[in-house]
Design a binder for this molecule. Structure first.
Ligand code: PLP
Length: 417
């Protein structure tokens, strides 16, 4: 079968496809599987209960049911949700947000596809602009969304702070950073997938100042952050003004199946998203915003984040770190400081094989992780560190995390001999 050149981007190897494929394959595998790969959020009983109850009452209400399922939403997204979210952001953070500053997409992954391709690539004045990732490792899902044959990403190496015997933390190498008109936008996930890093307020304010001065928008990917799902375990102040594009999602609340992304940005960007929604999919899905509006209306959303979701993940991360510290005490491993999201990022210094080879060995033993080399969008230089790290998702049931970590320890111990 022959395709146009457009199809080439869907024919080459992609870390994102591997990741999503693994989730499917692991689901149907014959033997025991310990799924510490992928980005599935945890199942939290109290959260599921409230979501089921809220959905059940929407289903019983014939007007809500018809509007949610039986009609196309506005291409900018459900107005009731836009108004409620704008009010919440004004009241909670004092941001000057109106419904004109918010649009819904079919998942935040598609928000990035549209934003990156609208802000990077060829411009009418002949310039070719890129998306700057001021700190990598960064989210693997960004890597393959570029529609241009030329690379649209400019990724930077972090500086590394070694902490104690077995922790470390990445920082933005601010001294080496220049933001200028070769950049269409600056983008950072906070908390960061894959590392669990939360860039400090100081780092974020510096990025904000530098990008504002250069007239370049700052994209903050808050898929795990504030105001929801609030998976941040350290002090961190959220930031927004009309030079910031804040991307949010319902997925990590436990609702990835609803495919609902949210963009909070200048009305010119919202206008673009509205039109793209209409052209590409007529309208964004209606179930996610309707459910989220009901949760916001009842004040359940913030309550769930603060009293269920954050404490749940804090407990899970402590458990996973304890397991690593005890079972890998004799292995040269450092774990990135776990400040948020649902991942641990393990660095095996001088690992005798690559992280990709380690991944293959682990799959044979039923353990799925993500090898680290995929998480460097736009960083072209060789750097051995890329092949020494793996990402674990610790949201799986405790018994799977325990088995998985024990098999990883065993496998890596044998490698170091
Ligand atoms: N951003 C980050 C950092 C993510 O980890 C993910 C998913 O794992 C997304 C964006 C995309 O989320 P979704 O398309 O489910 O809204």
């Amino acid at each position: 079968m022959q395709f146009s050149t457009f199809a080439e981007r869907y024919q080459r190897h992609s870390g994102t496809v591997q990741l999503m494929d693994d989730l499917g394959r692991a689901r149907s595998a014959a033997g025991p599987v310990y799924m510490l790969g992928g980005g599935n959020p945890a199942r939290i009983p109290r959260v599921e209960e409230i979501i089921q109850d809220t959905l059940a009452s929407l289903l019983r209400d014939s007007t809500a049911f018809r509007r949610m399922i039986g009609e196309y939403d506005n291409p900018q997204g459900n107005f009731i949700f836009l108004e409620l979210l704008a009010a919440t952001l004004r009241e909670t953070f004092g941001w000057n947000v109106t419904p004109d500053h918010i649009a819904i997409t079919n998942g935040s992954q598609s928000s990035f596809g549209l934003l990156f391709n609208s802000l990077a690539g060829p411009y009418r004045d002949g310039k070719f602009k890129k998306i700057l990732f001021p700190i990598t490792p960064e989210y693997v899902g960004y890597t393959d969304v570029g529609l241009h044959t030329e690379n649209i990403f400019d990724g930077r190496r972090p500086s590394i702070e070694r902490m104690g015997a077995n922790r470390f933390k990445y920082h933005i190498d601010v001294g080496a950073l220049s933001i200028n008109d070769s950049h269409g936008a600056v983008c950072v996930s906070r908390p960061t997938n894959p590392t669990g890093n939360v860039i400090s307020d100081e780092e974020l304010n510096t990025l904000h100042r530098l990008s504002r001065n250069a007239g370049v928008p700052l994209i903050i990917d808050g898929a795990y952050g504030l105001p929801f799902p609030g998976m941040i375990f350290c002090d961190a102040t959220p930031l927004w003004d009309d030079s910031v594009i804040l991307c949010l999602s319902l997925s990590k609340l436990g609702l990835p199946g609803l495919r609902t992304g949210i963009v909070v940005a200048d009305p010119a960007i919202i206008h673009l998203i509205r039109n793209a929604n209409a052209i590409n999919s007529l309208a964004p899905g209606g179930i996610g915003p309707t459910l989220a509006a009901a949760l916001l209306h009842n004040n359940d959303l913030m309550r769930l984040c603060n009293s269920e979701i954050r404490p749940f993940y804090q407990k899970k991360v402590r458990h996973a770190l304890d397991l690593i510290d005890t079972q890998m005490a004799d292995i040269p491993v450092r774990v990135h400081r776990a400040e948020g999201a649902l991942f641990l990022w393990l660095w095996f210094e001088d690992l005798p094989i690559t992280a990709q080879e380690l991944y293959q060995q682990l799959v044979e033993r039923g353990v799925y992780i993500i090898p680290g080399q995929h998480f460097y969008p736009g960083l072209d230089e060789d750097w051995v560190h890329r092949d020494e790290c793996i990402r674990l998702n610790y949201a799986a049931p405790d018994s799977d995390v325990e088995q998985g970590i024990s098999i990883i320890a065993d496998t890596v111990r044998a490698l170091y001999g």
